[in-house]
Design a protein around this ligand. Sequence first.
Ligand SMILES: [Zn+2]
Length: 143
Amino acid sequence: MAKPKHSKNKDGKLMHYTAGALIKRGDKYLLIDRVKPPLGFAGVAGHIDEGEDETQALKREVEEESGLKVDDYKILFEEELNWNWCSKGADSHYWYLFECDVSGEIKQNYNETKSIGWYTVDEIKKLKLEPVWEYWFKKLKII
Ligand SMILES: [Zn+2]
């Protein structure tokens, strides 16, 4: 496995860098049910590896976690979330959240996801979301 790009945040905590993908088709959003903690339903996201930039990580993670190909993207937010921990030992993550257009067919990644599917806003409101995705959906005023 490649090593996440990292640094110390202003409080001296280990901070990883993450690229996330908000993927919408019609009135539905693509969500995975995560295998690894933090658990919950989430958009596709993952660490930016050493030597990678955020858009390379975005395309790689979308392909790995969903089988889909990113055709176009636009940055929505870029910020440090100092409460967003991960199973690889970081307490903080510096996020690049993109809105993406994708093509291709979904291929489930059983190592990373219990399920993958398209959900309406009403359905998303009833799901147990990973906290960081609850944060993004609220910030975007989707839920
Ligand atoms: Zn991390």
